[in-house]
Ligand binder design. Structure first.
Ligand code: PLP
Length: 410
């Protein structure tokens, strides 16, 4: 008899976006004429930059001839891409990395979910609340948490760091010692960032406690303001305690194409029960070479074009497009009297629901009243209750129409 991994049974039944889809479908059945605008799921709507398409086509073409055909590539990614990543994303920010500290993959979702495998099952993990659900669920599956407490809307055994209106959506350091800390800035879902001084506190905490910071920078390309750190490695000492996840998904429209990378500096150590240090970089290499066979060659060939002159211009244009949407949403909602966070250095706008309304109740009202679909904050954690996320990834036309409807119909 095959037994189940009972940790999976701790996961509540319905995943956030399936519940949203269920409610939207139900509404559409009874209101077939409704013209629904979706500003919910964080997927992009602009196509891949032409420079990337051309480079991918060339990559595919190379697969045609025996002389240029490529089979299995290096599991960690092709050096031609890794060198460009370091040269363009890190060196200009004063961050030196060696090629064997960069691991190319097929997505930051899988990397952030898989990375926890390297840690002992008894480690205590901390997450912000609200949070990108993948960090929590992957640790639940691994058995690093207790049961889900329905009253609290939280798992036993996880240290939650509330991000609320009171603390300006910025997490405080944990009161009890934790071993693994997931941080995501610019944040999904709140759209907020941390300053260098604020990030420095986390690096110091991690160094003092020999904890590891798992820093998700999937939205760094959306930072508009000067002085906001794009990488945890801009903070002195971070090389000893941090891992950073990055993705081409939101930077360059790769959500369906799939390419990302993770930085694991050689200084980062984890300890065995005898206190002996082990290199996290070596462990991740071992994990990836065993369980992953590399991102596809045409995709990596396409990703290189993100760093070409034309590629950079094309990406900037797309990001500006989304950030103009963010401005329209943020200012439109503020003008209509809503309290909003984010949307300045991130493509997410986190709004407070009116009159302390529950976030699923607001979801239904917005869908029924304005035919606009967003994401209820409660789906990101207990402290997301009373908030609602809208994304700037829609088309300009839909963004303008959605805000107009919220202004006039709600
Ligand atoms: N990290 C965060 C914070 C995200 O919001 C997302 C996607 O929405 C991801 C990672 C996943 O990125 P990828 O498409 O590279 O898997």
């Amino acid at each position: 008899m095959a037994l189940v991994n009972e940790n999976y049974l701790k996961l509540p039944g319905s995943y956030l976006f399936s519940e949203i889809a269920r409610r939207v479908n139900q509404f559409k059945t009874t209101n077939p004429q409704a013209d629904i605008i979706r500003l919910g799921i964080g997927d992009v709507t602009r196509p891949l930059p032409p420079a990337v398409i051309e480079a991918m086509q060339k990559g595919v073409e190379e697969m045609r001839s025996p002389e240029t055909f490529r089979g299995y590539g290096p599991e960690q990614g092709y050096q031609f891409l890794i060198e460009k990543i370091i040269e363009n994303d890190f060196v200009p920010r004063g961050v030196e990395l060696s090629v064997d500290e960069v691991f190319v993959s097929d997505g930051a979702k899988s990397d952030t979910a898989n990375f926890q495998e390297l840690f002992g099952v008894n480690n205590i993990m901390a997450v912000t609340d609200p949070v990108y659900p993948v960090y929590v669920d992957s640790n639940v599956m691994a058995g690093r948490t207790g049961m889900f407490n329905n009253d609290k809307g939280q798992y036993e055994g996880i240290v939650y760091l509330p991000c609320t209106e009171e603390n300006g959506m910025k997490p405080s350091l944990p009161e009890k010692r934790v071993d693994m800390i997931y941080l995501c800035f610019p944040n999904n879902p709140t759209g907020m960032t941390l300053s260098k001084e604020e990030l420095k506190l986390w690096v110091e905490y991690a160094r003092e406690n020999r904890s590891i910071l798992l820093f998700d920078a999937a939205y760094e390309a959306y930072i508009q303001e000067e002085g906001v750190p794009h990488s945890i490695f801009e903070i002195e000492g971070a090389r000893e305690v941090a891992v950073e996840f990055r993705s081409f998904s939101k930077t360059a429209g790769f959500t369906g194409t799939r390419c990302a990378y993770t930085i694991v500096p050689k200084e980062v150590m984890v300890y065995d029960s005898k206190g002996k240090a082990h290199s996290l970089n070596q462990l991740w290499l071992r994990r990836q070479t065993t369980k992953f066979n590399g991102a596809s060659y045409p995709v990596q060939a396409g990703a290189v074009a993100v760093f070409s002159q034309e590629g950079k211009l094309q990406i900037k244009e797309t990001i500006n497009y989304y950030m103009e949407n963010a401005r329209i949403i943020r200012e439109g909602l503020q003008g209509a009297g809503y309290k909003v966070f984010g949307g300045v250095n991130a493509p997410y706008i986190w709004m407070k629901t009116p009159n302390n309304m529950g976030s699923w109740e607001f979801f239904d009202q917005l869908m029924e009243g304005a035919n606009v679909v967003g994401t209820p904050g409660a789906g990101f954690g207990a402290n997301g209750e009373g908030y609602f996320r809208l994304t700037a990834f829609g088309t300009r036309e839909n963004t303008l129409r959605a805000i107009e409807r919220i202004r006039t119909r709600m």
